[in-house]
Ligand binder design. Structure first.
Ligand SMILES: *Cc1c(COP(=O)(O)O)cnc(C)c1O
Length: 223
């Protein structure tokens, strides 16, 4: 199946109030253009350099989502180029975003990334640290928290459902509080292998790469 057809099929399949992000990491410009021509406007990248290059060479009405681990020394490069950062995962990163966005008088929209499976190899804050991160966000001038994001451990359907449900409970709970600079609008959960389960659990933002563009070939990109 081609990119255009895959994108259109997905748009028909998923509820209207769910935001579909086309994860374009490692993809060539012509592949992204094909998705764009089919109507896609939200694209996700996980490397600052790659995002900057694609941002500069593609249509300016594209909304770029930063979905990977964001290194503090890269924040300055993405100011003004990113619609939503999905991966706020520490107070130190928060402070750097506040500083760099402040310097350019821009507002950063961010999601807090939660390491819901408590995986050593994964970034994201522990659920128990969310409160202190939110308290730090309340003191900022150039940051708006728009929700939560997670990637879950590889596992069976029941485990996936459990982690997604846990995220949804956390999201709904945070929604009941009034914090400065925080509005729980987006719950970014679900990738190509598990987005149906994520949608059932209440995700309203899914991040799909292979489902739209086919298998990723990291070797081809390096060669
Ligand atoms: C690569 C990536 C995706 C997309 O993964 P697919 O399996 O290709 O759908 C989603 N979220 C994050 C954080 C990613 O790094």
């Amino acid at each position: 199946m081609g990119i255009s057809e895959a994108y259109k099929d997905l748009k028909n399949e998923i509820p209207k109030d769910v935001k579909l992000i086309c994860v374009s990491k490692t993809r060539q410009i012509n592949e992204i253009k094909e998705a764009y021509a089919a109507g896609a406007r939200d694209f996700g990248e996980n490397k600052a350099q790659e995002l900057m290059e694609k941002h500069d060479s593609l249509e300016q009405d594209i909304k770029w989502h930063f979905i990977g681990h964001l290194q503090r020394n890269k924040v300055k490069y993405i100011v003004g180029k990113v619609h939503l950062i999905h991966s706020l995962d520490s107070i130190r990163l928060l402070q750097e975003i506040e500083k760099q966005y402040g310097a350019k008088d821009e507002i950063a929209s961010v999601l807090i990334q939660v390491n819901i499976g408590k995986e050593d190899a994964k970034t994201g804050i522990a659920a128990s640290e969310i409160d202190s991160l939110i308290q730090a966000c309340e003191k900022c001038n150039n940051i708006k928290v728009k929700g939560l994001m997670a990637t879950i451990p590889i596992g069976n359907v029941e485990d996936c459902r459990m982690y997604f449900n846990e995220m949804k409970r956390m999201f709904d709970n945070l929604k009941t509080f009034k914090y400065k600079n925080v509005s729980m609008e987006f719950l970014s959960l679900g990738m190509s292998g598990d987005f149906e389960i994520a949608l059932q659990a209440g995700s309203n933002m899914i991040r799909l790469g292979e489902k739209i563009f086919g298998r990723r070939d990291y070797k081809k990109l390096e060669g």
